[in-house]
Structure formats: C-alpha cells, structure tokens
Design a protein around this ligand. Sequence first.
Ligand SMILES: NC(=O)c1ccc[n+]([C@@H]2O[C@H](COP(=O)([O-])OP(=O)(O)OC[C@H]3O[C@@H](n4cnc5c(N)ncnc54)[C@H](OP(=O)(O)O)[C@@H]3O)[C@@H](O)[C@H]2O)c1
Length: 335
Amino acid sequence: MNLRKIGLSEIEASVIGFGAWAIGGWMWGGTEEQSAISAIHTAIDNGVNLIDTAPMYGFGRSEEIVGKAIKGQRNQIVLATKCGLVWDSADWQTGKGELHFYSDKDTIVDESKSTYRVYKYLRPESIRNEIEQSLKRLDTDYIDLLQTHWQESTTPLDDTIGELIRLKKEGKIRAIGCSNASLSQLNSYIKSSQLDVDQERFSLLDKNIIQDGLFDACEKAGVSIFAYSPLANGLLTGKLTAGHEFGKGDLRTSNPRFQPENVNKVNKKLDQLKPIAQSHDLTVGQLVIAWTVAKYNKMHVLCGMRTPNQASENTKAGNITLANDEVQKIEEIFS
Ligand SMILES: NC(=O)c1ccc[n+]([C@@H]2O[C@H](COP(=O)([O-])OP(=O)(O)OC[C@H]3O[C@@H](n4cnc5c(N)ncnc54)[C@H](OP(=O)(O)O)[C@@H]3O)[C@@H](O)[C@H]2O)c1
C-alpha cells in the first residue's frame, strides 16, 4: 500500500483510509461490532494505517469501536478524528453555535421525533472538551489529525485555529484539518500556515471541489485532500440493483441517488468501466477508488468498509497505478 505524507507534516499515511462512519451505525441502519473490528483488522493487515472517525459517528460509538480495534497497535496507526459537531453540551441550550439537524440515536429525524439537537460549534473551550472525550473513547493520549467537521459562523475562525495550534503545541494532536469548508474558509485556514488536510466529498459523481476551486487551492498550498464518500455511499461499487432495500434508518433510503432509475443509470456507466477494470484485474469499485487516488499526489481516499470482505476488496485499490489516459477515459464516461 502506498504511503503519502500528510500536508506539511512528517506523518505518513496510507493512500486508502478506513472510513469509520458506517461502523458507528448511525445513519447506516445499525452496526455489528465484531464485524466492524474484523474489518479494521483486515484493512490494517492489507497495509492501511489511516483511520478516520468522528464523535458524531454513532454519538461516540465509532470512536469506541476504533479504540478497541487498535488496542496494542496504536502507534502504528494514523488516527484522525474530528470536532465541531456538538449534541450534548450545555452550550447548545444557550443558543451558541449553529443548529445543524435533529436526530434520534439512529438517524436524522424531524424535530418532533428528535432526541438530540446537533449544533455546529467550534469555540476553543468546546473543542477542548470534545477532544478529551474523544481521547477517552479512543483509549489513547494523542490524536494524529484533528479536523473541524463542519464550519460555523458564530466563532471567529482565528479563535478555532488558535485552539488547534495550542493543542498541537501541547502534543494532544499532531496535525490539523478542516472539512466541509467553503473556498474562503479553506483559504483562511491555509493563511494560518497550519493546515495539513482538507476533507471533502469527492468521487466520480461529486466533483464540486474542482469546480469550486478547493482542489486547486489545496494543490497550491501542499494541503492533502481526504476524499470522503468516494464510492458515493456504495453506489459506485456497481453492486446495488434497482429496488435494493436498505435497513431501517439507512440514509440511502430517502436519497434520490438510490432511486431505481438512477441506480440503473449509474450501473450502465459502471459497465463501461469494466474493460479497464478487467485489464487490471480489478472490480469496478476498486477502479473507482484507484481513479480517486490518481487525481492528486496528496490524495487519501476514505472508504467506508463494514465487513472484512469490503475491507479486503477496497484496500487492494491502494496498490494500483493507473495511466493518465485511463484516468481521463474513466472521467469521460462519468462526465
Ligand atoms: N467529513 C464529513 O463530513 C464526512 C462525510 C461523509 C463521510 N466521511 C468519511 O468518509 C468515509 C467514507 O464515506 P462513506 O462511508 O460515506 O462512503 P463510501 O466509502 O462512499 O461508501 C461506503 C459504503 O459502501 C458500501 N461498500 C463499501 N465497500 C464496498 C464493497 N467493496 N462492496 C460493496 N459495498 C461496499 C458499504 O455499505 P453497505 O455494505 O451498507 O452497502 C459502505 O458502508 C466515512 O466513513 C467517513 O470517515 C466524512
């Protein structure tokens, strides 16, 4: 598995990262802990050292599972988590931060059915409170990469960045990232000369970061991109058939992308990828991941993997190098 340095840091992380959202269960119809732990172990055995999680993924559940899975090998892992989505802080009752959504323990719901109000909130004291909880759940005393999960307008960005720099000086974190940023927010982080990673949605179906200028800005500043949802939540594996029934609370149930007509349309395009995939002895899902890796020499691809089989399949894409004309051809098919 190829390794790349993260941003301005000396941290070397695998090009394929284990995305730990789905194993938290929330928004994904539940989780099976043993399968999740085995998936992480399979990914590590196949050369993955990067794991991306967040407090929000299952209200702490994903971090707890990751903590259990990496016990005894913590120092071989590049552990990335996030801050800035708060659901249980007393602060949200005083109206600080920005309301993001309502949720019960399983999925996003209407206010009337909600257990939690989730706020975007990046005040220094809240970040500090969050990281202490993450360290406990992950059973560690440092985080390799702390990323602000969503950006918000009630806290001056300089205050947020200032706290991240303090945490780095204290040794609680080793690198700094942001996520779901606008171009101007990204540029503010870059101006601080402290940004190592921008984590954004990026796949053959989601190329907004190119159109919106974030891709270029990262490239110019030497900031790594962590591509999230590279398989468009599983749609780009080609394994879904029209009418597939997802579990209760699974985010894909209500997503128009997963309606039969669109699933058929995407599968037809994926069929066109098969000759290139077969020439490398890859599945189309692996080819899609390899395309994402090839887009930038500081790209890391965060793949969700819930089972050892998925981990085994997805991680193999980290050993593939595509030729430029193949990268272009794949893009043309999805243009
Ligand atoms: N910063 C953010 O706001 C943000 C947002 C989203 C994601 N992320 C990060 O990015 C990671 C990945 O994103 P994602 O989980 O949305 O999407 P993804 O990688 O596009 O899709 C993952 C899902 O696809 C299915 N899948 C994966 N590999 C497969 C295979 N080989 N064969 C068949 N199905 C397969 C699995 O679901 P089923 O088995 O249920 O089909 C899996 O949970 C997350 O875990 C998280 O770390 C960050």
